[in-house]
Design a protein around this ligand. Structure first.
Ligand code: B12
Length: 454
């Protein structure tokens, strides 16, 4: 069969005012541009499990109506989507089926609402795709009737036995970064998290030699490529993390990852991360004030326990030449209108190299969704297109939905302005040029991740 892999791509926000502001704020736009172009690792992973004898092609579509015409000439189209673009993915799937093309769909969103997806696709994958993909291809070949394929009905995915994702299918497309996974999942349970925990409940590490193998495969295709680890929380296991960094040393790649603040507790690990090419860590700080963090991490209330140490931890990480992208969620229970000013103050005081502000978002399948739904706090319970992290779709406790909207407009203008960005970065460099032993290397730490100057 001729099989198309179709990734829903690009970044999204429905709020017109935020988009208008975004368009005038270089910091915001540059950041979006950097991340907007990432290939779908999920599709490349399942592609590597395609039984022999099929022809594979990789495509991307930013919206329905913008899908490549070539997909209509295929026998099977495998679509991957997150929640925000589910409606676009379904619209494309409907058109494909009308044209007689079989459609399979998978990813975080449909894993939570498979029955919804089955009204638009022939085959719906629930959970990790590696285990179900071959069965879906076989079903499409024999023109089997529509069905849901649950990974839980198949042998579990063994992360120590995975082939190299099919990076070769990306061809010469111009990506800023390429994604690789070093771990899957996260041992903590944050109420709002809509990431890998939606697919599989346990936290797993890959063999470090496989991570090295995958990066080497990317570097062979695209020498000098910048790597983004598509992990939820890379350095939970510090011993394994050090082994990973040591294995990465000879590759001389530069990379970015997402991890929790506990990485700051281990100076040896930070040193190794920097030596191994880590240029930035993205950390969910979530709130500038501790009370709003209480209960957020549901296993051991970790976020609330870590909050008092944020300033020192960020300093420890950045003093190793690794910049921190600190993420704040606006609208958490306990946040009042003061939160916007508090985020601005903390971002400056902690000299955060980059700041990410998003709105509390209840993705389907999360404990947060269930809680807000039960409390009647969701404005439009199935408005999946609003699950962008930038659109308000719930009633906060400490302000009105409109005050939350206006707060993010105000804060984005303040923290993403050229002046504030320059001030924070200057503080970062001044701050750490006074640190004993800094800079650790002759190269400026931020060189690989700084957005270009406007
Ligand atoms: C890389 C990334 C992107 C890339 C995506 C490139 C792409 N097309 O995949 C870009 C930058 C485009 C992006 C955009 C957005 N993202 Co994003 N992104 C990520 C990130 C960092 C990693 C995702 C990843 O690669 N995972 C690893 C792969 C292996 O897993 P996977 O994709 O789930 O695939 C597996 C299964 O789902 C399944 N599978 C997937 N597709 C298919 C298809 C078939 C047919 C089958 C059989 C199986 C299958 O098999 C795969 C292997 O097991 C995650 C955060 C994180 N740490 O995970 C956020 C994340 C996925 N993004 C998120 C969000 C909110 C967005 C945006 C809405 C942001 C915005 N405002 O625009 C947009 C969505 C637009 C869109 N494209 O739909 C949320 C999604 C939550 C949700 N449930 O929807 C996450 C979890 C981050 C968060 N803060 O919560 N993102």
């Amino acid at each position: 069969m001729k099989i198309a892999l179709l990734a829903m791509s690009g970044v999204r926000a429905c709020d017109q005012e935020l988009l208008r502001l975004g368009l005038t704020l270089p910091g915001f736009v540059d950041r979006s541009r950097i991340v907007a172009s990432l290939p779908s690792l999920g599709l490349l992973c399942i592609a590597a499990h395609t039984p022999a004898g099929h022809e594979l092609h990789y495509f991307e579509a930013e919206a329905a109506g913008r899908e490549p015409p070539e997909i209509y000439g295929c026998d099977l189209v495998a679509i991957s989507t997150f929640t925000a673009q589910a409606a676009d993915a379904y619209a494309i799937a409907d058109k494909l089926r009308q044209a007689g093309v079989r459609v399979a769909i998978g990813g975080l969103h449909v894993s939570c609402v498979p029955e919804e997806a089955l009204t638009h696709a022939d085959y719906v994958a629930v959970g990790e795709g590696e285990s179900v993909w071959a069965a879906i291809v076989a079903a499409a070949e024999r023109k089997a009737p529509p069905a849901i394929f649950r990974a839980s009905d198949f042998p579990p995915v063994d992360l120590a036995a995975q082939p190299v994702p099919r990076f070769d299918l990306l061809g010469e497309r111009p990506y800023n970064r390429y994604t690789v996974q070093t771990t899957r999942g996260c041992p903590w349970r944050c109420e709002f998290c809509a990431s890998t925990v939606m697919l599989h409940s346990s936290y797993r590490r890959r063999p470090v030699e496989h991570v090295v193998r995958d990066i080497a495969a990317i570097e062979r295709l695209h020498p000098g490529a910048f790597i983004e680890f598509a992990d939820d929380n890379t350095f939970v296991d510090k011993t394994w993390g050090k082994a990973l960094c040591r294995a990465l040393l000879p590759l001389k790649v530069k990379w970015f990852t997402e991890t929790d603040i506990s990485v700051a507790e281990d100076a040896e690990l930070l040193e190794l991360m920097h030596e191994a090419g880590c240029r930035q860590v993205l950390i969910g700080l979530e709130s500038p004030t501790a009370p709003a963090l209480t209960g957020l991490e549901q296993r051991a209330d970790r976020k609330a326990r870590w909050a008092a140490g944020y300033a020192d931890a960020i300093r420890a990480i950045q003093s190793h030449g690794i910049t921190v992208n600190g993420c704040f969620i606006l609208g958490l229970d306990g946040h009042t209108k003061d939160v916007f000013r508090q985020v601005e103050e903390c971002a400056e005081a902690w000299a955060l190299f980059d700041v990410q502000i998003t709105l509390l978002t209840s993705f389907p399948g999360t404990p947060l969704y269930d809680r807000l739904l039960a409390a009647g706090r969701l404005l439009e319970p199935t408005a999946w297109h609003l699950c962008t992290l930038f659109d308000v779709n719930f009633r906060p406790t400490g302000m009105t939905p409109q005050e939350l909207r206006e707060g993010i407009y105000w804060l984005s203008q303040r923290i993403y302005s050229d002046e504030a960005t320059r001030r924070r970065r200057k503080a970062f460099f001044q701050h750490f040029s006074n640190e004993p032993g800094y800079p650790r290397r002759s190269s400026a730490p931020a060189e690989a991740i700084s957005p270009p100057s406007p």
